[in-house]
Design a protein around this ligand. Structure first.
Ligand code: HEC
Length: 131
């Protein structure tokens, strides 16, 4: 009886350690995705989102010259995305094809015009969803 209890405890310990390892790995991967998404959003050959949007909560969007936030005002500031888009799929749809919501928008339809790959759009969504 005692032996089997010891075994059970050891097995539970190993399982807990494995789970912890897995969740640490998952959160490191999520963090990595946000960094990649951020790079894609800033890259003027990729998302170039800052040409039109401010990202006021990200200090790296401050202009090195004026120390002020980038002052693009063509689109609304990207902020509180999770509150404004409780359904993450709708946020993705906005980037995939903004013309569905507004046929006259100047925002490029990144998905349907193959400006970004589906994977790149997923990464950008992961990044801006946390803003
Ligand atoms: C050429 C300018 C331009 C670029 C580049 C651009 N956008 Fe936009 N975006 C807009 C405009 C203008 C709107 C306002 C909605 C509309 O026109 O229908 C908008 C709206 C949005 C919205 C909806 C915001 C809301 O609260 O309704 C999101 C999200 C968004 N853009 C994300 C992005 C992301 C992410 C990128 C980069 C991959 C990007 N945009 C690139 C112009 C742009």
């Amino acid at each position: 009886m005692r032996k089997s209890r010891t075994f059970m405890l050891a097995a539970a310990g190993v399982a807990a350690a494995l789970l912890l390892g897995q969740s640490l790995q998952a959160s490191a991967a999520a963090e990595g995705n946000r960094e990649l998404g951020r790079a894609l959003a800033y890259d003027n050959k990729k998302g170039n989102c800052l040409a039109c949007h401010q990202i006021p909560t990200d200090p790296a969007t401050q202009s090195p010259v004026s120390k002020d936030y980038t002052d693009a005002t063509i689109g609304p500031p990207l902020i509180k995305m999770e509150a404004r888009f409780p359904d993450k799929a709708k946020l993705r749809a906005q980037i995939w094809d903004p013309m569905v919501r507004n046929p006259n928008t100047v925002m490029p339809p990144f998905g349907i015009h193959h400006i970004l790959t589906p994977k790149e759009i997923d990464l950008i969504v992961d990044y801006i969803y946390g803003l």
